[in-house]
Design a protein around this ligand. Structure first.
Ligand SMILES: [Zn+2]
Length: 263
């Protein structure tokens, strides 16, 4: 197999046995170059089985304010709403159409509607509500800002990654929350190896992905664990970055390429 990020050879990394949702044994492989880890078991699953697994897993908590596998979910969402407000005030979020991709039950846009003047359109391939966008209108280049939170770790293929990137108009900004670490742990006990997590990103794999996607700089908001990717050079956004840090000292990190905060 070849890495879906950099194309280098992958090798068997570890197995984990799940005793939930009829999942059984899951095999993960790691890229010999960029260190990206993918679940081969999830990648090879039929679409029908994958959808069923997600439904069973998420039905166990969605619609409520409790998430047993992610107890910091609500505080982090509040912090994400604050980060978006601050980035918007600093002039870093392009005006125009803004999308919460794979919005789940739409909590982030709801929170923003209550506490800010930022409006996010909602889309979720697997969950539906009357005001959510339909598949047919998800055309390439349609959005100026696309945020995905806790989505990248659920993607099984390069096509899934590209389907998010392609939605952005030229010079559009991407917001993204997933776990990124220097080296993906080899212990099956690691908390992030969950039944519905398929993709595990190293700093190097994320740096490569940004390069491939034409992003030249990024910001990271530590309290909300949220990255922002920009096509502009870091020098172009540096003044806005400094204004964010003046307002929220110590919370923002920025640099050329990917902010590899977790080293
Ligand atoms: Zn790779």
């Amino acid at each position: 197999m070849n890495c879906i990020i950099c194309g280098a050879k992958t090798a068997f990394f570890l197995s984990k046995h799940f005793h939930e949702f009829d999942l059984g044994r899951v095999d993960y492989s790691r890229c010999s170059d960029c260190g990206f880890v993918l679940s081969d078991t999830h990648a090879q699953m039929s679409e029908r089985r994958w959808e069923g697994l997600n439904r069973d897993f998420h039905e166990s908590y969605q619609g409520s304010d409790d998430n047993p596998v992610d107890p910091r979910w609500l505080p982090r969402l509040r912090a994400q709403a604050q980060a978006l407000q601050a980035a918007n005030d600093a002039g870093l979020l392009p005006a125009g159409r803004r999308l919460d991709y794979a919005c789940g039950d739409g909590k982030l846009s709801e929170m923003l509607a209550e506490s800010s003047d930022i409006s996010l359109e909602c889309y979720d391939r697997y969950m539906h509500a009357p005001h959510y966008l339909q598949d047919g209108v998800m055309q390439p280049g349609s959005f100026d800002f696309v945020i995905s939170t806790s989505v990248f770790e659920h993607l099984r293929s390069r096509e899934s990654l590209e389907s998010i990137r392609s939605l952005l108009a030229p010079r559009g900004v991407m917001g993204m929350h997933t776990l990124v670490c220097e080296t993906v742990p080899e212990s099956a006990d690691w908390f992030y190896y969950l039944a519905v997590h398929c993709a595990f990103y190293s700093n190097r794999s994320m740096e490569l992905l940004l390069q491939q996607w034409g992003y030249r700089s990024s910001l990271y908001h530590l309290p909300s664990r949220l990255w922002f990717f920009f096509e502009e050079d870091f020098e172009t956004i540096e003044a806005q970055f400094k204004s964010l840090n003046a307002r929220m000292p110590g919370e923002w990190f920025g640099q050329s390429g990917f902010v590899d905060y977790w080293k």
